[in-house]
Design a protein around this ligand. Structure first.
Ligand code: B12
Ligand SMILES: *[C@@H]1O[C@H](CO)[C@@H](O)[C@H](O)[C@H]1NC(C)=O
Ligand SMILES: *[C@@H]1O[C@H](CO)[C@@H](O)[C@H](O)[C@H]1NC(C)=O
Ligand SMILES: *[C@@H]1O[C@H](CO)[C@@H](O)[C@H](O)[C@H]1NC(C)=O
Length: 428
């Protein structure tokens, strides 16, 4: 029998198996609907730059407000047509998300302008690949996360990804993907989604199909093994993407990993941990049993146009700073310089964000200074005490709780207790 035929039989066999994907129990639907509405509300904020990840999440939902989604798409296309990424940055990931958004909108891709977007992403991916190759470097320009996202986006559009590009991702999968110096389950998951899409694409030779199949399996195993006692894969934020991979690979929800992680995600959602548009938009699809792979088969027909902005959902549970004060010891470390650049205690109202702490320090007598950059994830800390962390030298200001616990949120979202916070200049 022809290999193609065998492959087809295999796919039909898999489809016939009675496995249900990792899904949440139905009784949580009001909570999920509120997350959906929160994202819809965010999409209506004209002062914020439109975010393709938010658009994709709205599209993968089971409920829609088609008019508002269409308006958002217009704004998204408007921005992407006029500007292409921040200065110097190739914007690989942004462009990939934009392409996913176009497919999720069932937009016609056969126009000169649209073909050009695809070509541009291929070009970016090549530049990323060449950087990995360039002597003694081994890293793409942005990150393996964006590299994977780009491969996924091309694959979702049925475009062939250069096998050299795939090979580089396969090579790196054999090591661990990292986030700073820690394992990055987000990146494992995104690479796994890309491998799974490539495996099913019917565009590659048997050797490549076999290699991406094994890589997808290996990534899934790494993720399952990383499950914590609380049920998360890595931390709670990487768990959303990890579950997308389990959904895409049709991991049975009868297996214990699934209900455990779903419970953890819903608990965190209830507790208000998902605060910024990026984390919310990565979570919503999995709560509707969807992954980014489902974008490939979207038809945009007969969708339920039932979502209306109302006030039935509780406002996000941000603690309003009160009158109780807390004391945060703020330490700035710039290895290898042994002396601390800064070490003083700051008083702020309980419930303040870390950003509020840094601002209070800046206004204090001790000459603390910092700069930030606005992103969809909140404010990114770029410069501390005049020391700027750049993409070029692959350094960043890591946020830690003493002695060495890396924070899982950025300065906009993290609310310190009475504790010591360390800002440490680190390679990544
Ligand atoms: C790559 C990456 C990094 C790189 C970014 C550098 C680079 N040039 O790529 C580095 C290692 C520097 C980094 C740092 C941090 N990161 Co990070 N990062 C990611 C990752 C894996 C991919 C982001 C990406 O490329 N997205 C795709 C592009 C298209 O979107 P983008 O919006 O343009 O991406 C930019 C921002 O996301 C920004 N960024 C990256 N991380 C963070 C974190 C925060 C809080 C902010 C405001 C911005 C930001 O860098 C990206 C590239 O320019 C995500 C995983 C995920 N699930 O999203 C985690 C993730 C976003 N990071 C996270 C965290 C917690 C951090 C740190 C706060 C860790 C720490 N304790 O210090 C620091 C930021 C500290 C600071 N100075 O403000 C969390 C955020 C969770 C949340 N609640 O919002 C995530 C989701 C990982 C996780 N599961 O914990 N990160
Ligand atoms: C597109 O951009 C132009 C100019 O920046 C603006 O005038 C117009 O209102 C925008 N359209 C939409 C749908 O946002
Ligand atoms: C922080 O410490 C202050 C005094 O040291 C105390 O009054 C307050 O209750 C503490 N707050 C928290 C959240 O622990
Ligand atoms: C910071 O300063 C405090 C005293 O203000 C001191 O006890 C502590 O050891 C210092 N920490 C570091 C890491 O230098």
């Amino acid at each position: 029998m022809e290999p193609r035929m065998l492959q087809l039989l295999f796919i039909l066999h898999v489809l016939a198996l009675p496995v249900q994907p990792c899904e949440n129990p139905k009784e949580n639907s009001p909570l999920i609907r509120c997350l959906n509405l929160e994202l819809l509300r965010l999409s209506q904020d004209l002062s914020a730059e439109p975010n393709p990840s938010v658009y994709v999440a709205l599209r993968l939902s089971a409920e829609h407000n088609l008019e508002k989604e269409a308006e958002y798409l217009q704004r998204l296309m408007n921005v992407s047509a006029s500007s292409s990424g921040a200065a110097g940055q190739p914007g690989t990931g942004r462009l990939a998300l934009y392409l996913l958004a176009l497919r999720a909108a069932c937009e016609n891709m056969e126009t000169d302008q649209r073909r050009q977007v695809v070509t541009q992403l291929k070009h970016h991916l090549h530049k990323e690949m060449r950087r990995i190759d360039s002597q003694g470097y081994g890293h793409p320009i942005t990150s393996y996360y964006q590299y994977s996202l780009a491969a996924l986006a091309l694959c979702i559009h049925g475009k062939k990804v250069d096998t050299h590009v795939i090979q580089k991702l396969l090579n790196n999968e054999k090591h661990k993907f990292t986030h700073g110096e820690e394992p990055s389950m987000d990146t494992e998951a995104m690479a796994g989604l890309a491998f799974t899409c490539l495996e099913r694409a019917n565009l590659y030779d048997d050797g490549t199909v076999e290699a991406v199949h094994l890589a997808a399996k290996s990534v899934t195993e790494k993720i399952l093994q990383a499950q914590t006692a609380q049920g998360t894969f890595g931390n709670i934020f990487s768990s959303a993407l990890a579950v997308q991979l389990l959904i895409a690979t049709r991991w049975s929800k009868q297996k214990p990993e699934c209900p455990k992680v779903m419970a953890a995600l819903l608990e965190s959602l209830k507790g208000g941990d998902f605060q910024n548009p990026m984390t919310m938009s990565q979570l919503l699809p999995v709560l509707y049993g969807k992954s980014y792979l489902d974008i490939a088969s979207m038809e945009c027909r007969a969708e339920s146009d039932t979502l209306v902005l109302d006030t039935s959902c509780p406002k996000s549970q941000l603690v309003i700073p009160g009158t109780d004060m807390i004391t945060v010891q703020l330490i700035v470390e710039h290895p290898p310089h042994p002396e601390k650049l800064y070490n003083h205690s700051i008083q702020v109202p309980a419930g303040s964000s870390l950003f509020d702490v840094l601002t209070a320090a800046q206004d204090g007598p001790e000459k603390f200074t910092f700069k930030t950059q606005k992103t969809q994830q909140g404010l990114f800390l770029t410069t501390v005490m005049g020391v700027r962390a750049g993409d070029r030298d692959r350094r960043y200001w890591q946020l830690l709780r003493a002695p060495d616990i890396s924070l899982e949120q950025g300065i906009s979202n993290y609310q310190p207790q009475n504790e010591t916070i360390i800002l440490k200049f680190r390679p990544w």
